[in-house]
Design a binder for this molecule. Sequence first.
Ligand SMILES: [Fe+2]
Length: 388
Amino acid sequence: MPYDASLNFVFWSPTKIVFGEKTALDVAMEMETLKCKKALIVTDKDLAKNTDIPEKIKKALGNLCVGIFSDVEADSGIHIVNQGGKLGQELGADCLVSVGGGSAIDTAKGIAIILKEGGELQDYVGFQVLTRPQTPHIVIPTTAGTGSEVTYLAVIKDHQEGRKLLFGDYNILPNVAILDPKMTEGLPPRLTAATGMDAMCHAIEALHSLQREPMADGLAFHAIRLIKEFLPRAVENGGDIVARGQMLIAACIAGAAFSNAQVGMVHALAHSIGAKFGVPHGIANSIFLPHCILYNLDACVDRYSEIAQAMGKDIRGMEPLKAAEQAAIAIAEFTKSIGMPQTLREVDVDESGLEECAMDALMDGSIVYNPKLVFDPEEILKVYKNAF
Ligand SMILES: [Fe+2]
């Protein structure tokens, strides 16, 4: 798609990326570079209970580790972040090492605020509220999907109010992300597929966003090609270390792309269906992606044609709209090939709740960047019904 020469943009991705097998074991070196002496490891219950990963990181940190906070659950809540903040204060932590998926990383972003600013996390809800760099934070992802290691966002649930709170601030961008394929080796196939499709959605939504920009474009197109090639391999054989590594790179660069270009209606629809029916984020995204491409089709003809090509489709000689449509077809074929559910019905969504979800999706912060502006909940409801 040719760019308007007057297009203004900002691209901001300062996180240091370290990639390679067993690089997580060099975490102490990264802490020393940050001039930190007391790390609190933040990880989730499941990893602490069922794997030796947090212990390995603790060992690698040696006497630089002051404790492990392992109370993080899926959809981490504000009370969990406040507890972690309290523990970090008691232990005098001056650095966070998050080990896990999006939930552990976002929890650590919240704890980083409490350790620096004091008080409770709910005091800092919103965008660009903070005025200075927060507690240093090293991320070791154990999934390849959220890209949270390079985003300025943290999503934390307010379980009392039953809603997700958004924290968006350049000051909570992690300092270092260590992408070690050994850390994602144990991720089961379904989770590998779902988190990988979250990354695919980040890439495609960054490309169709109203705030799309050339720096993010380059990263997003490369992410799509990597996911197309390596996600099926990682799903098929979790021990395929090359595929695991390339998926970590794909998720990371897709994260950097959307942290700058934003996402759109796929995420808006997934957020509300996730909140109401508990459909995991990656699975919901994966179901909605082809339907949202079709909804946006005439607004993004060139862009979706390019995406179809990145997905391996031969669009030569096709009418422009037909060529663009190939993007939706390619995604549906791809998600089917990696065993993802295709409809909301398959993931136990009750059709009678879709109307309410459509209203919520219209209020979601992501919808404003969708390439086709959406004002009418009926429009969203149609997409939900198509996906049902
Ligand atoms: Fe996402």
